[in-house]
Write a protein that binds this ligand. Structure first.
Ligand SMILES: *Cc1c(COP(=O)(O)O)cnc(C)c1O
Length: 403
């Protein structure tokens, strides 16, 4: 594929005029469950949409092209992709995971993986020695998120690849936070890349999607067999929405990163802000490693403030930035990991990671950067007024339904 990544995002992989009906420039939505056979043994190449569908095919091939995969499978959500990845393992197998993992993945591993007889160790994968020390005879894989969620720690993927090779482990990377526009783990030796396509790839806070991008043919064939068997595939319409989102991936990622940089710098200068976690800041401990393994730093920022009251006040008062879970879309969102994304993570683990009542996570969108700064500034400033209730108490009783 000779074209640059921006071109591949925009044009996908088919030759429009020859391959789409009537020369449609936009990929048609093949809203069909099944496909007619002209005669015995005369399949059109598609038989039933759980197995394959032309709209989803186009999406899968486009994502393969962006990640450098031999095959990509598109799922109804990111968690559906994580769930199928677990099917590669048998009872007794052990996986080593980044300790600072998406809360839903931690829940999947404990509620589904452990019941199937798998075991998981959570270590700080930024420290190669800790990973090495966690390897057991039954260890089968490393499961990495970098930057991690929500404390934005960077893991050195080349070091993880070398370690995986020494111990014959599969290297699995959840690449949701940077997307293939900024980081392509398969090129650095990973075996499997996972995405919540709900986030940057689809990019508009309007659809769920998930992906498994596979490096080798054998694993791809195994996963394809499981995929058609389990049936957690992406619908034709959601495949179309995700393809439509990917067309602008490159411009969105650039703009969101520029906004994130401006916000991170501004946050650093605020009296009520204690610490800013953003890999794009030169003082971030993983900054140099990220510079060497990706093309950018993305647009996820976490920060801590002076008091719980300030944190709650910000969540209550933001007008433009939306207080909501999720990330990666064009609209900026602010999240309270303690009560939202990470409320299922055990308390000791949360405390060890520093996910306290003073910790906030920001997904920076494509708005005007000054408007975003202005919104945070007005939300943070001291002024006389009563504080309404936001998100209930922190003792866990009034948590939202965790996603
Ligand atoms: C959101 C997310 C997931 C889960 O994806 P869904 O599309 O919400 O099912 C997995 N990993 C990371 C890093 C995420 O941010």
């Amino acid at each position: 594929m000779g074209y640059g990544i921006e071109t591949r995002c925009c044009h996908g992989v088919t030759k429009i005029v020859e391959e789409h009906s009537f020369g449609a420039v936009s990929v048609p939505i093949y809203q069909t469950a099944t496909f007619a056979h002209r005669g015995i043994g005369e399949s059109t190449g598609h038989d039933y949409s759980r197995v394959s569908n032309p709209t989803r095919d186009e999406l899968e091939q486009t994502v393969s092209s962006l990640e450098g995969a031999v095959d990509t499978l598109a799922f109804s959500s990111g968690m559906a992709a994580v769930s199928l990845a677990l099917e590669l393992f048998d009872g007794g197998d052990h996986l080593i995971c980044s300790e600072d993992l998406y809360g839903g993945s931690v829940r999947m591993f404990s509620a589904v993986g452990e019941r199937r007889g798998l075991s998981f160790s959570y270590v700080c994968t930024s420290d190669e020695r800790l990973v090495e020390a966690a390897v057991r005879p039954e260890t089968k894989a490393l499961y990495i998120e970098t930057p991690s969620n929500p404390t934005m720690q960077i893991t050195d993927l080349r070091a993880m690849k070398a370690l995986a090779d020494r111990h014959h482990l599969l290297l699995i990377v959840d690449n949701t936070f940077l997307s293939p526009y900024f980081q392509r783990p398969l090129e650095l030796g990973a075996d499997l890349v996972i995405h919540s396509g709900t986030k940057y790839l689809a990019g508009h806070n309007d659809t769920l999607a998930g992906f498994l991008c596979v490096r080798d043919k054998g694993t791809a064939e195994r996963l394809r067999y499981l995929y058609k068997t389990v049936g957690n595939c992406l619908s034709p319409f959601d495949s179309y929405l995700t393809l439509r989102g990917i067309k602008t991936l490159a411009v969105r990622m650039e703009r969101q990163q520029a906004n994130a940089m401006a916000l991170a710098e501004w946050l650093k200068g605020q009296r009520k802000v204690e610490q800013v976690f953003y890999a794009g800041l030169p003082e971030h401990p993983g900054h140099q490693v990220q510079k060497g393994q990706g093309d950018g730093f993305g647009s996820m920022i976490s920060f801590t403030v002076d008091t719980e009251e300030t944190a709650r006040r910000i969540l209550e008062r933001v007008r433009l930035i939306v207080y909501a879970e999720s990330l990666g879309g064009v609209e900026s969102l602010i999240t309270y990991p303690l009560l939202q994304t990470h409320s299922d993570v055990p308390k000791e683990v949360r405390e060890h990671l520093g996910i306290t009542e003073r910790f906030l996570r920001l997904s920076v969108g494509i708005e005007n950067a000054e408007d975003l700064i202005g919104d945070l500034a007005q939300a943070m400033e001291d002024r006389e007024e009563g504080h309404g209730e936001i998100a209930g108490r922190t003792d866990g009783e009034e948590n939202q339904d965790e996603v």
